[in-house]
Write a new protein. Structure first.
Length: 286
């Protein structure tokens, strides 16, 4: 493979349609779409300063590199890309792409990033920005710290482990999501979603987990969580008190206690939901 080392690349489409290229210690300065339509490119210790660096590309590997803020909308319509030990300080960074792997990547400006993507693997990733992961599918995540509202709206087939998510309206309109060993903080969690499972997770959510079809919580902790489960079908097992529960459609709730149980919708038979509470150390049923 040909190598470019310590280059200053300027102008529109500076390396358009490049093939089998190693780029090291280089700077992509002013000039849009420098690597558009590229294939089999390996990039190391380099800096992207301008818009649309990797569009319609395939088989891209990036290490120890930086995408500055104006490298916005940087990776669209690209297949098979891995980014390791890098910073992406640019919004709208990944869209309509597939075969994505991010390892040890920091995205401090991740607004509207990872949209409509397929086949995503994130390991040891930190991100800050709203609407992360919208409408993407087939996602595997281990060790994600995300601060940003509306995370994963409309996404499907997600497995998350060891995450910290601070996100209002997270997991709306989702299908087939399993979250393990994670912390989730944010109101209105999970509305209008189907087949969502939280295992060994700590959740804090005002009016969370409503309008959900087949919500499962195993070995969970629900702290300061109120008006939960309205119009949802549920199987909930938590070691903590739930502040309030409102009009669940059907299922089971096992908890230490429920501060307030609100059953004021006459169209929902109260007997559809079974309650198993531990009060004064003794299990009981409502």
């Amino acid at each position: 493979m040909r190598t470019l080392d310590q280059q200053l690349l300027t102008g529109e489409r500076a390396l358009f349609k490049s093939r089998e290229l190693v780029i090291t210690n280089s700077v992509f300065a002013d000039g849009e779409s420098p690597l558009k339509e590229s294939r089999d490119i390996s990039i190391h210790h380099s800096i992207f300063k301008w818009k649309y660096p990797l569009w319609y590309s395939e088989h891209i590997h990036v290490e120890n590199s930086t995408f500055l803020e104006m490298a916005r909308s940087g990776i669209w319509y690209t297949r098979d890309i891995s980014i390791h030990d890098s910073i992406i300080d640019a919004p709208k960074a990944l869209r309509r792409s597939s075969g994505i792997r991010l390892v040890n990547v920091n995205l401090p400006n991740a607004q509207e990033t990872l949209w409509n993507c397929e086949g995503v693997c994130l390991e040891h990733v930190t991100a800050h920005g709203d609407y992360f992961g919208m409408n993407s599918q087939n996602i595997e995540i281990d060790d994600l710290t995300l601060v940003g509202n509306y995370a994963f709206d409309g996404a499907k087939n997600i497995e998350i482990r060891n995450a910290k998510l601070i996100s209002k309206d997270a997991f709306w309109n989702c299908e087939n999501v399993t979250v393990y060993d994670s912390l989730i903080i944010g109101e209105y969690l999970g509305w209008n979603s189907k087949n969502i499972t939280f295992i060994n997770c700590t959740i804090e959510s005002n009016q969370g987990m409503c309008y959900m079809d087949h919500l499962v919580i195993k070995q969970g902790k629900l702290i300061h969580t109120d008006l939960a489960f309205e119009y949802s079908t549920i199987d909930v097992d938590t070691a903590t008190k739930i502040d309030s529960v409102k009009n669940p459609m059907a299922g089971r709730i096992k908890a230490k206690d429920i501060g307030e149980l609100i059953l004021d919708d006459e169209d929902i038979p109260a007997a559809n939901t079974r309650y198993e509470l531990e009060q004064a150390g003794e299990p009981c049923e409502l």
